[in-house]
Unconditional design. Sequence first.
Length: 173
Amino acid sequence: MSEAAASAAAEPAEKPKGKRGLILGLVAALLLGGGGFYATRQGLVDPGKLLGGGSSGSHGGGGHGASTAAVLPEGVAFVAMQPILVSLGPEASARHLRFTAQLEVDPAHAAEVEGVMPRIVDALNGYLRAIEARDIEDPAALTRLRAQMLRRVQVVTGEGQVRDLLVTELVLN
């Protein structure tokens, strides 16, 4: 009976030890995951390099202090658009929409894009007049609007001339 008492006393001692190890493992996993997220979010770690991808520019020392110009591809030019002012419908809470953007283009195509700027402004003016104010007020609307406007600009300029549309001002008043 002393052996049974000894084995019964040994079993409860091992169970909490197993639970403690599981809990410590979960806590360590959460801490490491959170630290990895924080480091990636703050720019301390480049996920492209970790996955074998590599970035388009060279980082002298790497890390948080690297300039944003190193991330951009070589040979980028920006073409400024004139501000577009659109009056909204009578049922809208705001009366006007002011929109300004920059077009990211290849330097070889910058003059061509500037030459068709009146057509670009016309296409965007027509699109901005067609959308409703509630579509703009949605927090996730900017991404959708950028994609729609970029596609319209690329149709006007021709495929491959405009890389991106950078919204510099989008104001409802």
